[in-house]
Design a protein around this ligand. Structure first.
Ligand SMILES: Cc1cc2nc3c(=O)[nH]c(=O)nc-3n(C[C@H](O)[C@H](O)[C@H](O)COP(=O)(O)OP(=O)(O)OC[C@H]3O[C@@H](n4cnc5c(N)ncnc54)[C@H](O)[C@@H]3O)c2cc1C
Ligand code: SF4
Length: 553
């Protein structure tokens, strides 16, 4: 018998009062001028741009601006360790940031030479004309882990201090102003007691805090909630599960597909990119507003690889890496009405800058970081960091190509809320009319409000060669979390077996299990994809060194 429920009815609220810390910084706090949270393309692009502007200004004015301390705090123990993307990247903002470099000196592996788009049924693949947003001519294939490692080196060469193993757990505020951040403590046992290795949280103060914490940013959510900042539509998400494969023969083109194994009322699609000569990146992206509570994104992806289109490429090869991450999908109407405030700006995925029809966000991230840098540079010259001064960033974003692009595709993802076929036709008309059709805004609900229907499911049995279990996946993510740390997931644990099963299906890393109808949580398995924060237990940052250790995702 089928049962229905809404995830929101089983979720705890964001622990906003613990994230917005209304306490003075500790006596031994470290002072920076500008602190970027997260070392993704958004923060690193911003830090590099800011350091370059300061250097040029000091050279011109004989050092009038003086030494400006820029810090980047990253939760992963290595740069790129928590970064996962496709990735086919639009190079424009990289060329703007590094005008002195030729395109082949940028950290991309190869230009896109050819692309193929398919509509899949269970056994067949129908090649369809490439929809304009998926046209990748002029774009480059890259590992975003490697891109961020390269950017971090460039930032350090310019004097930026990049700290790894610094997960930020809260914003230090005074009245309405953000004055710094607090990192997580480490060395607690499972029950929260201090072990000999205990390290207390560290406070870092700054004139401006820049939130570049990526998808479903916890600090950004808390800040927006605290300030009462809204967006026309709520942010909605997708979950991408990805693997890297060593293949026997090279793949000469990029592939996107829609259709099977997703049902017609589920949004998403696959990507398969040739990263290196015999290394292929493959993944499946699934909108987190799906209704079937038995949908398991990890196993759906495993099933997808058995399709002849993918099997032919992967069979006989070796899976090198596995991982997962969410993507903010709401587009134009989900961008908060204000992205700056007293002492703070929000950039990249945390602001929602992703174009879903083309599956691209890296170039927007870099560019929004650079816009923030220009605003902060002007603020440093005036020595003013209030909301009015930093709102220049909002103005820059509103007149940027980011807003222009997202305006054109403003209803495209939203059109799919009533299914693939109706959505496909509407999306075609939107492309033809530059987004004018159908006019107005298609209203969305939060993903956690979408009804889920559970029924009997059939288990997928992986073969360990082409298809893998969640345990095998987590192993291949390099997850290095200490087994005995306190749980970082704020869960309602007393849930019905149907809800528990929904969590178990949702989490690609097998964090949730149903044992005798009860929910069991294996928190150390978590690879920070953030899907749980959207639909199940709230996610909070853990001690340094936890989580995956991606190498080339
Ligand atoms: C499966 C998938 C495929 C994609 N494919 C493409 C593609 O082909 N092309 C494209 O352009 N875009 C693609 N995207 C989107 C693109 O990856 C993102 O838009 C981009 O990475 C966003 O950059 P960012 O710097 O905002 O965030 P991120 O790249 O997510 O970086 C955020 C960083 O902040 C760190 N962090 C988070 N919280 C904290 C904290 N509290 N304290 C300290 N550090 C923290 C994280 O560990 C991470 O290193 C894809 C995304 C996914 C998931
Ligand atoms: S528990 Fe961790 S790995 Fe599992 S869905 Fe949540 S964030 Fe992703």
């Amino acid at each position: 018998m089928s049962k229905s429920f809404r995830p929101v009815d089983y979720q705890k609220p964001l622990p906003a009062s613990e994230i917005i810390i209304k306490e003075p910084p500790s006596a031994d706090s470290v002072a920076f001028d500008v602190v970027f949270v997260g070392a993704g393309p958004a923060s690193l692009g911003g830090a590099i741009q800011l350091a370059k502007l300061i250097r040029e200004e000091n050279e011109k004015s004989g050092g009038k601006l003086g030494e400006i301390n820029i810090g980047v705090l990253e939760k992963s123990s290595e740069i790129g360790g928590h970064i996962l993307s496709g990735a086919v990247i639009k190079p424009g903002p990289f060329q703007e940031l590094f005008p002195e470099l030729k395109i082949d000196e940028l950290p991309f592996s190869a230009p896109v030479r050819e692309e193929k788009v398919y509509f899949l049924t269970e056994k067949k693949a129908f090649k369809i004309p490439t929809p304009p947003p998926m046209n990748n001519h002029g774009n480059y294939i890259a590992s975003l882990c490697e891109v961020t490692r390269w950017l971090a080196k460039k930032a350090e060469e310019l004097g930026v201090q990049v700290f790894t193993g610094f997960p930020v757990k809260g914003l230090l505020v005074q009245d309405n102003t953000v004055i710094g951040v607090r990192t997580t403590e480490s060395g607690l046992d499972h029950d929260g007691n201090q072990m000999p290795s205990y390290q207390p949280p560290a406070d870092v103060t700054a004139k401006v805090v820049v939130l570049g914490e990526g998808t479903r940013g916890m600090l950004s959510q808390a800040y927006l909630e605290w300030q009462g900042i809204k967006s026309p539509n709520p942010q909605i998400f997708a979950l991408g599960v990805k693997e890297l494969w060593q293949t026997k023969t090279p793949l000469g083109y990029v592939v996107h597909s829609m259709g099977w194994p997703l049902k017609s009322d589920e949004f998403g699609g696959s990507f398969m990119y040739p990263l290196e000569k015999n290394v292929v990146a493959i993944g499946l992206v699934v909108g987190t507003d799906y209704h079937d509570a038995n949908l398991d994104p990890h196993y759906l992806f495993q099933k997808m690889k058995t399709h002849p289109l993918f099997r032919e490429v992967l069979e006989g090869g070796e899976m090198l890496e596995w991982g997962a991450k969410t993507i903010p999908e709401g587009g134009y109407y989900s961008i908060p009405e204000r992205l700056s405030g007293d002492g703070l700006v929000i950039i990249g995925d945390s602001a929602g800058f992703v174009d879903v029809p083309s599956l691209k966000g890296v170039h927007y991230s870099l560019s929004s970081g650079m816009d923030a840098a220009r605003t902060i540079f002007a603020a440093l010259k005036k020595n003013r960091f209030d909301e009015e001064t930093l709102s220049e960033y909002d103005k820059a974003i509103r007149s940027s190509f980011i807003t222009q692009d997202l305006w054109k595709t403003r209803n495209m993802r939203l059109a799919f809320k009533n299914g693939l076929y109706a959505g496909g036709i509407k999306a075609g008309l939107m492309t033809l009319t530059g987004g004018k059709f159908p006019g107005g805004m298609i209203r969305m609900e939060k993903d956690n409000q979408a009804e889920r229907i559970s029924s009997e499911d059939s288990a997928f049995v992986p073969d360990g060669k082409l298809t893998f279990s969640k345990v095998e996946g987590v192993y291949k993510s390099g997850n290095a979390t200490r087994d005995s740390i306190p749980s970082h997931l704020l869960a309602v644990e007393d849930v019905s077996p149907e809800v528990a099963k929904f969590y178990a299906n949702l989490c690609p890393a097998g964090v949730y299990e149903v044992i005798d109808g009860k929910l069991r949580i294996n928190a150390p398995n978590c690879i920070d994809c953030k899907a749980t924060d959207i639909l199940a237990a709230r996610w909070t940052p853990r001690e340094a060194g936890s989580g995956p250790r991606y190498k080339k995702m």
